[in-house]
Write a protein that binds this ligand. Structure first.
Ligand code: NAD
Length: 418
């Protein structure tokens, strides 16, 4: 018989990962308590509301709250299982900042009882899940933790990384294959019983460190491939070639699949996760480090090109289309578009810069200091602009007719109008 979890479950961190996971479990009958340190998020979820935009999530959350299956709290409750989905940013030196994970482990430790399951979903360097077990063990010497028992542990600790795509989270959380890595094989089996409640993809059991590394490798693989495309775009520009045409032709080779270049790499994952590998094996990670450097440099390259184009005008207006880190979402974390806009605003202090994003209603904090910059609506910004810079391929921008762009200098970093 397939082992299916059927107890009470708490999720620590109600962000882009924690809240969809909470909704997926609660809508399938599990009693879920979402815990967050941000009181605004707790208040919103308690009323069945979602504090960010993600298709289909609002319906799932409001339904689960109305059915009494999902609630939110600032306090960590007693539960049979805990999922940790808190941020894992990097420090100034690019090492992982595990303070949120440690805080979450310390919050739930006093509530554990024999048989409890603890799953770390936050993307983490190899060894972190075992470290979670150690942090808990230090606070609960009465419990047999899996990292230091030869016999049967009383607490099951595992890592289950998340690989959903923002904008498709509610589909992919169900359909993606899941990797579940236990501190012991029994830990992996117990953790998998939770994902079987809603996951339709295959559940692959392994050890915790392999699961941690597999997640990091997925994003490092993407980063290296995007760096190749970004480098190609800069090479093509210097040779006065159209990179989109070059890639289109090269991709007709049966074993070549070059990704699309862009203004840089953004979001919470791809620009961050490769650093966790680089920090763990600095001497061996040469390619990963260079890929990071290429992608981090791309916003500077884009801004330089725009500033050079502006020098042809006496008093130009520049329209920058897009602020989010990818199309059709409202997430601006680590967004290269914001960095490009900031570099342009700094480099052209006397130039009017109009910023457009249908998913952002105000100037982000990082740009607030620039008085030459303001938010505008798409059509008005394009009409007023001499130079139009496309930074994010939101559907609304892709739909702009060619006639509106006629007579403008257009710099399309995404190839959306090709
Ligand atoms: N967003 C993605 O697409 C994505 C994809 C794969 C993996 N991940 C990983 O998942 C993890 C979570 O990412 P996210 O995008 O959901 O982050 P997020 O910032 O959207 O949400 C994290 C939430 O955790 C809360 N929090 C912080 N400390 C807490 C604590 N001690 N107790 C309770 N709540 C706490 C924060 O207030 C916030 O609401 C990260 O490790 C990230 O790398 C994210």
């Amino acid at each position: 018989m397939t082992d299916l979890f059927s107890g009470r479950l708490a999720i620590l961190g109600l962000g882009y990962i924690g809240l969809p996971t909470a909704a997926a479990l609660a809508t399938r009958g599990i009693e879920v308590i979402g815990v967050d340190i941000n009181p605004d998020i707790v208040a919103a979820v308690s009323q069945g509301k979602v504090p960010f935009i993600e298709p289909d999530l609002a319906v799932a959350v409001s339904g689960a709250v109305a059915m009494g299956r999902l609630s939110a709290s600032s306090e960590t409750p007693e539960a049979d299982a805990y999922i940790i989905a808190v941020p894992t940013p990097f420090n100034g030196d690019h090492t992982a900042n595990l303070s949120y994970v440690q805080a979450a482990a310390e919050q739930l430790a006093p509530r554990l009882k024999p048989g409890s399951i603890v799953i770390l979903e936050s993307t983490s360097p190899p060894g972190t899940t075992e470290q979670v077990s150690r942090w808990i063990g230090a606070l609960r010497p009465d419990l047999k933790m899996p990292h230091d028992t030869d016999g049967i542990a009383e607490i099951y600790v595992a890592h289950c990384p998340e690989r959903v795509l923002p904008g498709r989270i509610m589909i992919e959380i169900i359909t993606n294959d899941r990797v579940v890595g236990g501190v012991t094989p029994r830990c992996a089996q117990r953790a998998a019983s939770i994902y079987r409640v809603f996951a339709q993809g295959e559940i692959l059991l392994t050890d915790a460190a392999s699961a941690e590394m597999a997640k990091l490798v997925e994003n490092a693989y993407r980063d290296v491939n995007i760096a190749f495309a970004n480098e190609l775009s800069m090479i093509s520009e210097s040779l006065h070639l159209d990179v989109w045409e070059v890639i289109r032709l090269a991709n007709r080779h049966p074993r070549v699949e070059i990704l699309k270049p862009g203004p840089g790499v953004g979001g919470h994952c791809i620009p961050v996760d490769p650093w966790f590998i680089i920090a763990a094996a600095p001497t061996q990670s040469r390619l990963l480090r260079i890929a990071r450097e290429v992608n981090d440099d791309k916003p500077h390259h884009v801004a330089k090109q725009v500033i050079a184009k502006a020098s042809r005008f006496h008093s130009p207006t520049v329209a920058c289309l897009g602020l989010t880190f990818k199309a059709n979402v409202d997430d601006i974390r680590e967004s290269p578009a914001i960095e490009v806009v900031e570099l342009i605003a700094k480099g052209l202090p006397d130039t009017e810069i109009l910023v457009v994003d249908p998913y952002a209603d105000r100037v982000p904090q990082a740009l607030a200091a620039y008085s030459n910059l303001r938010m505008e609506r798409t059509v008005e910004a394009v009409e007023r602009a001499d130079i139009v810079v496309l930074l994010v391929e939101h559907d609304q921008f892709k739909a702009l007719g060619r006639t509106r762009l006629g007579g403008k200098v257009v710099y399309d970093t995404r190839g959306a109008w090709n």
